[in-house]
Ligand binder design. Structure first.
Ligand SMILES: NC(=O)c1ccc[n+]([C@@H]2O[C@H](COP(=O)([O-])OP(=O)(O)OC[C@H]3O[C@@H](n4cnc5c(N)ncnc54)[C@H](O)[C@@H]3O)[C@@H](O)[C@H]2O)c1
Length: 437
């Protein structure tokens, strides 16, 4: 079976590579010529652990190709996946579907009868039906099937997530759609992955409801962390025991500086705005959106207060990507925090293992450093914002010697009291008692 993947960003590239690994012939299409050229040279265009090896294996085997010729790829395919971006629309926060519609028109112009068009991008309810109707209007009489196949992979563990998902969700409206999509995911079915067949609208709802629920869990534990700080509690003990209740589950109960990334913030905004428009306001989702915004302001204030208490205005930042193992800085909480610090007149020195190039472009005025120690040099406060592995075992005593002040603010609760012993650092974390060095 031949597959075309329209859009070769995080989702499109990982999905295309993994589907080639399943044994399908996959053509990945991107309108950005530079992405296609780099991929054709064997260069991976995103930072994703392990992707280079699987990509090269499948490209060498001739199962994976890259092109900007959408029409040729579509003509040749049995299934055409759409994996283009659906960013937040300026103003109202709803999902911008213009890339989807543009791709749909180009697909319609090139398609042949009997194909399945599957949307992998995250799209609000009704989009699959709207795309189906749009294609039908553009190519009347051409018989095709529509499938909604939202993606749940996480950046940083994307290959594992694609290869071993908790479930695959597929919205279809006819037998051909169901059969063809079943064949696509047969390798996962053989590994006993649940494949959930449902309607187009339900598949769209499942994706948004899942992301909004996870985001809500994060905001919930952040609020519990605030409470813990007021009453000398320890949010880790609270979260651990909460998570042992299988009705709650342990995941996404880690407090921090607020959720970020290319999905949660925009999906929460889009669901809230869409639900308001159709007359079913999602109060919990709206509260989550607001809490996450104020969270980043509160974390900035925490760092500023600490700098003031140290009597200085140099802050070292460890981690700028929205989470470890990615160079993605989209809606990373580090960005507004750093901007708030700069606006308050703070000198910011920052280090990130992978995201420096991306961050440099959007954060003028920051001194970018090659190591954590360099970022800490002369700093009155060091704030750990992203829990990269290389920040988990820092020599804190040696870090303290290069700092001008003595405060470490650990917004990811990476360290324990015992790690601080003898370092001389004052330690603030999230939802746990502060320690004096
Ligand atoms: N990034 C994630 O972790 C993740 C996870 C699950 C779902 N999603 C969803 O998947 C979708 C894609 O996200 P992403 O992070 O991969 O986006 P991205 O911005 O990384 O990639 C989108 C790509 O599509 C290309 N493109 C746009 N219009 C095109 C066209 N007409 N023809 C060919 N290529 C075109 C762009 O050049 C870009 O390279 C979004 O809806 C997102 O919400 C993302």
């Amino acid at each position: 079976m031949k597959l075309a993947m329209i859009g070769t960003g995080y989702v499109g590239l990982v999905s295309g590579v993994c589907l080639a690994e399943f044994g399908f012939d996959v053509t990945c299409v991107d309108k950005d010529q530079s992405i296609v050229e780099r991929l054709n040279r064997g260069q991976v265009t995103i930072f994703e652990p392990g992707l280079d090896v699987v990509l090269q294996r499948n490209a060498s085997a001739g199962r994976l190709t890259f092109t900007s010729d959408l029409a040729a790829a579509v003509m040749d395919a049995d299934v055409v996946f759409i994996a283009v971006g659906t960013p937040s629309r300026r103003g109202d926060g709803e999902a911008d579907l213009s890339y989807i519609m543009e791709a749909a028109d180009k697909i319609a112009d090139a398609m042949r009868p009997g194909q399945v068009i599957a949307i992998k991008s995250t799209v609000v309810v009704g989009t699959n039906a709207a795309v189906r109707d749009r294609i039908r209007a553009r190519r009347p009489g051409v018989d095709f099937s529509m499938a909604s196949n939202p993606e749940f992979l996480r950046e940083g563990s994307a290959i594992e997530d694609f290869m071993r998902p908790d479930r695959v969700v597929i919205g279809v409206e006819d037998e051909r759609g169901r059969e063809v999509m079943r064949r696509v995911y047969r390798p996962l079915f053989l590994r006993e992955t649940p494949i959930v067949f449902t309607s187009l609208a339900n598949a769209e709802l499942i994706k948004y409801a899942s992301n909004a629920f996870l985001a809500m869990k994060v905001s919930f534990i952040n609020q519990i962390a605030d409470l813990c700080e007021k009453v000398d509690g320890d949010v880790h003990d609270v979260a651990r025991a909460m998570g042992m209740d299988r009705r709650i589950g342990p995941k996404f109960l880690h407090p921090g500086p607020g959720f970020g990334g290319s999905c949660f913030p925009k999906d929460v905004r889009a669901l809230a705005a869409f639900a308001r428009r159709v007359g079913a306001p999602q109060v919990l989702v709206e509260a989550t959106e607001k809490l996450n915004e104020t969270r980043k302001v509160e974390m900035s204030r925490r760092i500023l207060d600490a700098a003031r208490a140290e009597g200085g205005n140099v802050v070292g930042i460890l981690g700028v990507s929205f989470k470890p193992n990615t160079d993605d800085i989209r809606e990373s909480p580090a960005l507004p925090i750093i901007r708030n610090l700069l606006e308050a007149g703070v000198t910011v020195r920052a280090h990130d293992p992978a995201a420096t190039d991306a961050a440099r472009a959007v954060l003028p005025g920051v001194t970018w450093c090659a190591t954590p120690h360099e970022a800490a040099a002369g700093a009155h406060v060091v704030a750990l914002i992203t829990e990269w592995n290389e920040f988990r075992a820092l020599n804190l005593a040696s870090l303290a010697t290069v700092m001008a002040g003595r405060t470490l603010i650990d917004l990811r609760n990476v360290y324990e009291a015992a790690d601080l012993a003898g370092s001389g650092l004052n330690y603030q974390s999230v939802g746990r008692p502060s320690l004096k060095g």
